[in-house]
Design a protein around this ligand. Structure first.
Ligand SMILES: [Zn+2]
Length: 273
């Protein structure tokens, strides 16, 4: 076995454990620790969770930890000479009799997005996914809402995912918005939950069908002759219809669901009064 003495974490006379991270967890590690066994030195009583996070991997990304071949939970105290294998969420492997760290998956998949993901929020709502977004939230408030409403945190901040209170979170990797959303959909197997044009892009509320007569005074004259189906958001009062912009939006949806990420169809997403 090749054992790399990684300069990032070695300590001569200190106790050490051997770590190996699998699949996309390697993205969080420096080059010298990726896809290989490496030693990490430690002092005193350290939980496996602390050590993994100190190495740079947020605990929310992890589904299974094996120590010397046996599954453990986050509170396991690392011992000198331990061999630690760390697997990402949804990595498919035979884990019969193993302790999955996320025992209870969130049933209705709902999200809360960090401040810097505004574009992603709009596109996800376009697909009908439930994404809470408020750019004014502090990290603490965001985590609190995530816990209370059982929402998965979407973020580009590893720091946020390392808060102890965070139970469900996804680190959004670099890429186009379309490819980032596609990855989340595939990751969580969300295709069945997609219902395009069902949610308000502005406030996340579900849209309701509204008879044209009821809102006719709010529709531009040409539009009301051409289009007969309208939906409305009861929270922010916006009206939606499938005008010319619909084709552009459909292209974006197809890009997200089928193709590799591209920005070609990145036109205005909203058409409302
Ligand atoms: Zn709304």
């Amino acid at each position: 076995m090749l054992l790399l003495k990684c300069p990032c974490t070695s300590g001569e006379s200190m106790p050490k454990a051997i770590f190996r991270f699998y699949e996309e967890l390697n993205d969080f590690l420096p080059e010298c620790q990726r896809k290989t066994d490496f030693e990490a030195a430690f002092q005193g009583k350290r939980s496996v969770k602390d050590m993994i996070e100190a190495l740079g991997v947020p605990h929310t990304e992890i589904d299974l930890i094996l120590i010397n071949g046996k599954s453990v939970d986050f509170s396991y105290i690392i011992q000198d000479g331990d061999r630690v294998s760390v697997y990402p969420v949804f990595e498919s492997l035979n884990i019969e009799n193993a302790t999955r760290l996320r025992k209870v998956p969130l049933r209705d998949t709902r999200f809360i997005a960090h401040v810097h993901l505004r574009d992603m929020v709009k596109y996800m709502r376009l697909l009908g996914l439930d994404v809470y977004y408020d750019p004014l939230l502090s990290n603490r408030q965001l985590i609190e809402i995530s816990r209370r409403q059982k929402r998965i945190i979407l973020t580009r901040s590893k720091k946020l995912l390392k808060f102890r209170e965070v139970t469900h979170g996804i680190f959004v990797r670099p890429g186009t918005v379309e490819s980032q959303i596609k990855r989340i959909i595939d990751y969580l197997d969300l295709r069945e939950s997609i219902n395009p044009f069902s949610r308000c892009l502005g406030c996340n509320n579900l849209l309701e069908k509204v008879p044209k007569e009821k809102i006719i005074h709010r529709i531009p004259p040409k539009t009301k002759d051409l289009y007969h189906e309208y939906t409305m958001c009861s929270t922010c009062d916006k009206i939606y219809w499938r005008g010319p912009h619909y084709i552009e939006l459909k292209k974006i949806i197809d890009l997200i669901l089928d193709g590799p990420g591209s920005r070609e169809a990145d036109n205005s997403l909203e058409k409302q009064e």
